[in-house]
Design a protein around this ligand. Structure first.
Ligand code: GDP
Ligand code: ZN
Length: 294
């Protein structure tokens, strides 16, 4: 029986792509009785009937699972941001890298609207994220700059775009997946109405292979459940220093003999990233206190 990729999951059926063809499939009774949930992105074993419809026999183990929107097996989060229109908000960008890392995804940063900025403004940002070893691609959905490099990170993988509103996620999707346009008008209204029951998120096939979700990832940005004491581990360039502080429970804020602060002063941890860390730390602490301290 062939394996296929679920490109759209609804409550009681799903569309599965098998060797480039899409088959509408229902779940076999045993899976339904076990309350097995099929998500967009799932790899499934299907049995295809003569009329082209199919039955999902098995849902294969997931590599990752996002909740809002619900997508299984995403490999890469493309964190899109701009320096201008809208102005960059680094704590927001870094919050997305933390959430993506926690979800087990690879992070690729995409600085879009390059046509609006000077290379001299881009350079310090590139240097900042180099320390975290996140690849960064500088793109313009308008001029096409950087799109081939961006595609090379998405080939053969499942990606999701994330980033604040207005940075150009839809525009990038339009050029990455030619022929795709966001459903508008009547179709869109129907989908909106059904949003809570149909979990509508679709995987779009990219011409060079691989899929990208049509809906931005991480619509919930709260750091709920992130233990403040471990937040430094979500910043790859801080990890090595975080274990070398005098106090094992150091939060790297104002404690004495803090290896992280020393590394910031020495220029080994970029200041901008440390500022994001402090802001996210405050947020994680607020959640933590609300939950554990009354
Ligand atoms: P989204 O909210 O992240 O999906 O952003 P959109 O794709 O809707 O883009 C927001 C606005 O930015 C639109 O007016 C786009 O035309 C514009 N835009 C998107 N990409 C670029 C770009 O690379 N350069 C410039 N100058 N404008 C862009
Ligand atoms: Zn410390």
């Amino acid at each position: 029986m062939p394996e296929g990729r679920v490109i759209r999951a609804y409550s009681n059926f799903c569309d599965v792509m098998v060797s480039g063809r899409v088959h509408r499939c229902t779940l076999r009774g045993k899976l339904r009785r076990q309350d097995v949930e099929v998500l967009t992105g799932d790899l499934v074993v299907v049995e295809i009937a003569a009329d082209g419809t199919g039955t999902v026999r098995e849902v294969l183990p997931r590599r990752s699972e996002l909740y809002r929107p619900p997508i299984a097996n995403v490999d890469t989060a493309i964190v899109v941001f701009t320096l201008k229109e809208p102005p960059v908000n680094f704590p927001l960008v870094d919050r997305l890298t933390v959430l993506a890392g926690r979800a087990g995804l690879d992070v690729v940063l995409c600085l879009n609207k390059a046509d609006l900025c000077d290379p001299a403004e881009v350079e310090p940002v590139t240097r900042m994220y180099e320390k975290a070893s996140y690849p960064m691609v500088v793109t313009s959905a308008r001029t096409g700059e950087g799109l081939d490099r961006l595609k090379s990170f998405m080939e053969g993988r499942i990606s999701v775009l994330a980033g604040q509103s207005g940075v150009g996620k839809s525009s990038l999707l339009n050029v990455l997946v030619p022929g795709w346009t966001r459903p508008t008008g009547e179709v869109s209204r129907k989908l909106q109405r059904g949003r809570h029951t149909t979990k509508w998120v679709e995987l779009l096939e990219m011409p060079a292979g691989g899929f990208v979700a049509d809906t931005p990832g991480f619509s919930r940005l709260e750091l709920e459940g992130v233990d403040p004491a471990s937040l430094a581990q979500d910043f790859p360039e801080m990890r090595d220093f975080a274990g070398k502080c005098r106090f094992p429970d150091c939060l790297h804020r104002c404690e004495p003999d803090c290896a992280v602060k020393a590394a910031v002063e020495a220029g080994d941890i970029p200041e901008g990233r440390y500022r994001s860390y402090l802001e996210l730390l405050r947020e994680a602490e607020e959640f933590h206190q609300r939950r554990y301290i009354r």
